[in-house]
Design a binder for this molecule. Structure first.
Ligand code: ATP
Length: 221
C-alpha cells in the first residue's frame, strides 16, 4: 500500500481531484463521507448522542437533528467535548479500518481529509494540497453550492489559511483553471504517487492527536 493525504479548503476541489485519482486506480477514503455514514439513522453514534443529549436531537425519521445538537454543543464547552468524544473516535476507527483493509495490497490509498492541516496526521507518505484562491473558493461555493457570499467567506475564515496549507504540501494541485487544466496535473501526480515505495504489510496507522475544539466544518452539517 501507498498512503497519502489529500486536503484543501472548502470548495477547493478535493472531491474533484479525488475522483480523478480514483479513475486512475486510487482507493479514496473520504473522511466527510465516513462522517456522514457513522451518523446514519440507527447507528451506534446516534444512539450514544441521544443518550448523552436527549432524544430530541434525533428527528422522527431517525436522522440527527443537527440544529438541535448544535444549539446544545456550541453553547457549552463540556457538551462540545462530549459530542466530539462520541463522534471523532467513530470516524477515526472507520478511517482506520478502511485503510488497514488495503495494507497488504499495492493500491495507492488517498485519505481525503478536509481539515488535515488543522488536524495533522502521522503515517502519511505525503500530502496533496488542492489549491485555489479565496476568490475562486467563494465563487464556486456561491455558484455550485448555493452559499451566500458572506457565509462562504465565514466558512473559509474558520479554516487554515491558504499559506498554512501550502506550507505542509508535498504536491500542489492548482485548481484555479478549468477542469481540463487538472488532467495533466493529475497525470503527473499519479506518476509521482505510484513511484512512492510500498509500505510494509505490517504497517499500522498512527492514531491522530485531535484537539478538543470542534473541527467540523463539513458540507454535511
Ligand atoms: P467541499 O469542501 O465542500 O467538500 P471540495 O473541496 O470537495 O468541496 P469539489 O466538490 O470538488 O470541492 O468542488 C467544489 C465545486 O466546484 C463543485 O461543484 C465542483 O464541480 C466545482 N469545481 C471543482 N473544480 C472545478 C474547476 N476546475 N472548474 C470549475 N468548477 C470546478
Amino acid at each position: 500500500m501507498i498512503l497519502v493525504g489529500l486536503t484543501g479548503g472548502i470548495g477547493s476541489g478535493k472531491s474533484t481531484v479525488s475522483a480523478a485519482l480514483a479513475q486512475r486506480g486510487a482507493v479514496v477514503v473520504d473522511a466527510d463521507a465516513i462522517a456522514r455514514e457513522v451518523q446514519q439513522p440507527g447507528s451506534p453514534v446516534i444512539a450514544a448522542l441521544a443518550e448523552r443529549f436527549g432524544s430530541h436531537i434525533v428527528q422522527a425519521d431517525g436522522n440527527l437533528d443537527r440544529a438541535a445538537l448544535a444549539a446544545i454543543a456550541f453553547a457549552d464547552a463540556d457538551a462540545l467535548k462530549a459530542l466530539n468524544a462520541i463522534v471523532h473516535p467513530a470516524i477515526g476507527n472507520e478511517i482506520n479500518s478502511r485503510v488497514m483493509a488495503q495494507v497488504a495490497t499495492d493500491h495507492v490509498v488517498v485519505l481525503d481529509i478536509p481539515l488535515l492541516t488543522e488536524n495533522p496526521r502521522e503515517g502519511l507518505q505525503g500530502k496533496i494540497v488542492v489549491d485555489v484562491s479565496e476568490a475562486t473558493q467563494v465563487e464556486r461555493l456561491v455558484r455550485y453550492r448555493g452559499f451566500d457570499e458572506a457565509d462562504a467567506r465565514a466558512r473559509i475564515g474558520k479554516q487554515a489559511t491558504r499559506e498554512q496549507r501550502l506550507e505542509g504540501a508535498t504536491w500542489v494541485v492548482d485548481n484555479s483553471g478549468d477542469l481540463d487544466a487538472l488532467v495533466p496535473q493529475v497525470d503527473a501526480l499519479w506518476a509521482a504517487l505510484t513511484a512512492l515505495p510500498q509500505l510494509p504489510a505490517d504497517f499500522e496507522m498512527p492514531q491522530p492527536k485531535r484537539r478538543d475544539a470542534d473541527q467540523s466544518d463539513r458540507k454535511s452539517e
